[in-house]
Design a protein around this ligand. Structure first.
Ligand code: FAD
Ligand code: NAI
Length: 467
């Protein structure tokens, strides 16, 4: 069989690339070894974690918040197997949706492990019967994603010492959960299990949470999480976990060196980042170059050093986010079809789906300071927003950063309920090169949380009305 394009991996990068290429008239096949489509995101990432975040948030609200609004309900009872089944149904629905879309767009599907034999040749070992087929194609896209970064000396068994994958299906709420890494996974999945009853201690190597996010945002957010009952051990590293007894004994010590301490845990979640996944892909034999961190090296058009072989998503440089992978998939498909596909890496939103949510797009103050760019900041707290006040969800703020000379918005950062939805008006504004004045002059419906975005933009010139 001969194709215009074979995509290896059907995560958000791969399946979106395949569908867009098929829409544009290319003859496309995908190769996926997992057994289901959707990659990390749909199977063990974005989608199951958001199902548990949603369910656990409602569980906590029913227990703590309904009463204050005059809704009398008996204390909620956790049925963990049912909550996990709710999550699994959501995953199944999404995965089947991708299967349907691939079929609808007449993309040929090979369920098996793909290996690149060289330009234009992909070998597939089929999951069903182990048979090997060699497919021919004009172009190959590597969309094989990423895997959990291991913590040296701490072996993940996915039962007591888990990665995010194990943390999405714990059969029992741990009494004590130690999370290694105060990044996105640690705080999201830490939130899930804290809401369901675990005592959560987060051990972070750096002296702050959420590295990469605006440090002002990270500091405020940590205070909110402290109030919720998280315990943080910052500037601390895990040096080992003793698994001998019934309770795990986690040895930690200051990152800068010093006396060790032991923390007890029922479960340890290792969430210290993810690494590109290219095992068994034949990159060395095919001569495809990788960088020192194992990422496939590409140019601005996603081309590797080998003609006809491209790469997108978590396996290449850039934020490991599903929407970044998807946009790269679309851009590359369009380029391969002779169009002008493109991704604006300056406007890729990032969201932490905790309560409240943390959302960010564009530059942080830290980045602008380091680059020597002069900027102005407008900040508006949710304590001054009518809607959040009446809902009693006032933690957080909106912060708009604009260029001091041109007023062009360079970054937007929000901590607040549904910040992940609100961030997109800032993203669209930035995509069009808008200014804080544009945002401030745009009429926002009342009473909405989004009025805080407008007020933060007004605050850039110190003219917010409600503070
Ligand atoms: P992947 O989704 O990793 O897909 C790669 C696919 O390639 C896999 O299905 C794999 O089986 C397949 N594959 C690999 N090698 C081969 C081979 N040789 N042959 C055939 N198939 C192969 N991002 C967000 O934007 N929002 C979120 O809320 C979010 N939540 C997350 C929560 C968790 C717990 C985790 C772990 C990640 C989360 N992410 C989130 C990150 C997101 O999942 C990734 O950025 C995204 O999945 C990357 O897409 P991808 O297509 O590059 O790779
Ligand atoms: P991360 O990179 O977000 O955070 C890892 C944290 O671990 C960092 O704070 C780092 O300083 C810390 N760390 C590293 N080594 C350590 C050590 N030895 N001891 C203690 N701390 C250590 O990685 P995370 O949370 O594992 O997530 C992986 C990827 O998945 C991220 O790149 C993220 O983009 C993506 N993801 C995105 C989500 C979203 O968009 N909502 C949700 C979950 C994951």
């Amino acid at each position: 069989m001969s194709y215009d394009l074979i995509v290896i991996g059907t995560g958000p990068g791969g399946y979106v690339c395949a569908i867009r290429a098929a829409q544009l008239g290319l003859k496309v096949a995908v190769v996926e070894k997992r057994g289901t489509h959707g990659g990390t995101c749909l199977n063990v990432g974005c989608i199951p974690s958001k199902a548990l975040l949603y369910a656990s948030e409602l569980f906590e609200e029913a227990g703590h918040k309904f009463g204050e609004m005059g809704i009398g309900v008996p204390a909620p009872k956790l049925d963990l197997p049912a909550m996990l089944a709710f999550k699994d149904r959501g995953v199944d629905g999404n995965v089947k949706g991708v299967e349907f879309l691939l079929k609808k767009n007449k993309v040929d599907v090979y369920m098996g492990a793909g290996k690149i034999l060289g330009p234009g040749k992909v070998e597939v070992t089929l999951n069903a019967d182990g048979k090997v087929e060699v497919l021919e194609t004009k172009n190959i896209v590597i969309a094989t994603g990423s895997d959990v970064a291991p913590l040296p000396g701490v072996a993940i068994d996915e039962e007591r010492i888990v990665s995010s994958t194990g943390a999405l299906k714990l059969p029992k709420v741990p009494g004590k959960l130690v999370v290694v890494g105060a990044g996105v996974i640690g705080l999201e999945l830490g939130s899930v299990w804290r809401r369901l009853g675990a005592q959560v201690t987060v051990v972070e190597f750096l002296d702050r949470i959420l590295p990469g996010m605006d440090s002002d945002v990270a500091k405020s957010f940590q205070r909110i999480l402290d109030k919720q009952g998280f315990t943080f051990k910052l500037g601390t590293k895990v040096t080992g976990v003793d698994t001998k007894g019934k309770t795990l004994k986690v040895t930690v010590e200051p990152a800068a060196g010093g006396a060790a301490e032991v923390i007890e845990a029922d479960v340890v979640l290792v969430a210290i980042g993810r690494i590109p996944y290219t095992a068994g892909l034949g990159l060395e034999e095919a001569g495809v170059a990788k960088d020192a961190r194992g990422r496939v090296v590409t140019d601005h058009h996603f081309a590797t050093n080998v003609p006809g072989i491209y790469a997108i998503g978590d396996v290449i440089v850039g934020p490991m986010l599903a929407h970044k992978a998807e946009d790269e998939g679309v851009a590359l498909a369009e380029q391969l079809a002779g169009k002008a596909g493109h991704v604006n890496y300056d406007v890729i939103p990032g969201v932490v789906y905790t309560f409240p949510e943390v959302a960010s797009v564009g530059k942080t103050e830290d980045e602008l300071k380091a680059a020597g760019v002069a900027y102005k900041v407008g900040k508006f707290p949710f304590t001054a927003n009518g809607r959040t006040k009446v809902n009693n969800t006032t933690d957080g703020f909106v912060k708009i950063i604009a260029d001091a000379a041109t007023d062009k918005v360079l970054g937007a950062h929000i901590i607040g309920p549904e910040a992940g939805e609100m961030i997109h008006e800032c993203a669209v504004l930035m995509e069009f090169g808008g200014s804080s004045e544009d945002l401030a002059r745009t009429c926002h419906a009342h009473p909405t949380r989004s009025e805080a975005v407008k007020e933060a933009a007004m605050a850039v010139e110190k003219r917010a009305i409600h503070m």
